[in-house]
Write a protein that binds this ligand. Structure first.
Ligand SMILES: C=CC1=C(C)c2cc3[nH]c(cc4nc(cc5[nH]c(cc1n2)c(C)c5CCC(=O)O)C(CCC(=O)O)=C4C)c(C)c3C=C
Ligand SMILES: [Fe+2]
Ligand SMILES: [Fe+2]
Length: 367
């Protein structure tokens, strides 16, 4: 049970007084909170277990009734999966840590710079993770202690799903419940069809093709979710399809030059299809020799792109007779993504003090 309005901890209700006692912090009252999925602290079973327990214990992710799911999760899955997952993480771990964490921090720093150039001293950027550290609730509590009275939340998922974006909103709501004086709040649901986002993706892929040449086909692989969730009203599939169609049109590709699939299936029930592993094997069997793969559902590279696509699915493609599967990296801190997210944030900040009503187009974002 969360405890509400904890009177014993003065930091929970002295956001304003705290700001007065620290004039430097009081200057910035608007916060931009980026939230990504999160990642274990180390590529070991011991570190992966609590991360997976939090992730797979989230009812937004696995919606089976708790009495049914809990014994399976704690009795079976958390005894087996952490060791296997840790081996996968070990293959992509960097000296600085998990790629998801390192890449998200780089993106947050670049976005802070871009906003500082455009609106000097107006926005404080922070990064939190839905699972693991730094967690959403203490990060919002810290921002409020530092004087933030207006908060824009930007989940780093271009397409909305209840399992990803929806769960971030749950964590933000939990933070609001705990605060005696919550900040004004705005949230961004998705940016799957933001023209500047499509332009950023297309330009990134074209520049990659200029450097590396072009494969015979381009596969867009999105993270999957259970089909059942889509039938229940999750707009995720439609948003993935819309991103793919706009990207195909912008790249000027024929319909059969672009293939779409869904990866990372977990469990036994049907997930969105076609599955990525079956798709790369089928493409090789049909005679495709050089396949390019991009994952536009991931703002930042992570286990699911660097290990599952660039290593595992590459092996599947080669085993099935393909010559090369080339993974085109995520946008990460590419200036095209930084500018797009900067303009997106400024549009959503309009009307708050310091942010005039003038429309902000992505073309106005700093280079
Ligand atoms: C892009 C958005 C994501 C959606 C939608 C999503 C749904 C979803 N994921 C799982 C289970 C797992 N996902 C795992 C890793 C992972 N998932 C996303 C993003 C989405 N997931 C990212 C960015 C990552 C990488 C994290 C990293 O540290 O790099 C994992 C953990 C790894 C493993 O053990 O395989 C699991 C488990 C479900 C069940 C689900 C929807 C129901
Ligand atoms: Fe996932
Ligand atoms: Fe995976």
């Amino acid at each position: 049970m969360p405890h509400y309005f904890p009177m014993s901890d003065p930091t929970h209700y002295t956001g304003h007084a705290g700001a007065l006692s620290d004039p430097a912090a009081a200057a910035i009252q608007t916060g931009l909170l980026l939230v990504n999925l999160g990642t274990p602290e180390a590529p070991t079973a011991a570190a992966v277990r609590p991360y997976l327990a939090e992730f797979l214990g989230d009812p937004r992710v696995i919606d089976y009734p708790r009495w049914l799911w809990w014994p399976i999760l704690h009795g079976v899955i958390l005894r087996v999966r952490p060791r296997r997952s840790a081996q996968a993480y070990a293959r992509i771990w960097t000296p600085q840590g998990s790629p998801l964490r390192v890449g998200s921090e780089a993106l947050a720093a670049a976005l802070q710079n871009a906003l500082d150039r455009r609106r000097p001293g107006a926005v404080r950027v922070a990064l939190a993770m839905r699972y693991g550290q730094p967690a959403v609730v203490p990060t919002i509590e810290r921002l409020v202690r530092e004087g933030v009275r207006r908060l824009l939340v930007l989940p780093l998922y271009p397409q909305y799903s209840a399992t990803s974006t929806g769960s971030v909103l749950d964590a933000v709501a939990a933070a609001m419940q705990r605060l005696r004086w919550p900040p004004e709040l705005r949230t961004i649901n998705d940016y799957h069809d933001d023209p500047a986002h499509i332009e950023a993706l297309a330009g990134h892929i074209e520049r990659w093709w200029q450097r590396h040449g072009r494969g015979e086909k381009l596969l867009l692989s999105f993270h999957g979710i259970p089909e059942r969730y889509v039938r229940a009203g999750d707009p995720y599939r439609d948003q993935c399809l819309a991103t793919a169609r706009r990207l195909r049109e912008r790249l000027g590709l024929a319909e059969d030059a672009l293939v779409l699939s869904f990866q990372s299936r977990v469990g036994r029930e049907p997930w969105l299809s076609p599955y990525t592993d079956a798709t790369v094997r089928a493409l090789a069997a049909r005679g495709v020799r050089r396949l390019d793969v991009a994952c536009p559902g991931f703002a930042v590279d992570c286990l699911e792109t660097l290990e599952e696509i660039a290593m595992q699915n590459r092996e599947f493609f080669l085993e099935a007779g393909g010559e090369d599967l080339r993974y085109i990296p995520a946008l990460n801190d590419d200036p095209a993504q930084v500018d797009q997210l900067c303009a997106l944030a400024l549009r959503h900040l309009q009307g708050w003090p310091g942010f005039d009503g003038r429309a902000v187009r992505s073309a106005e974002a700093p280079a």
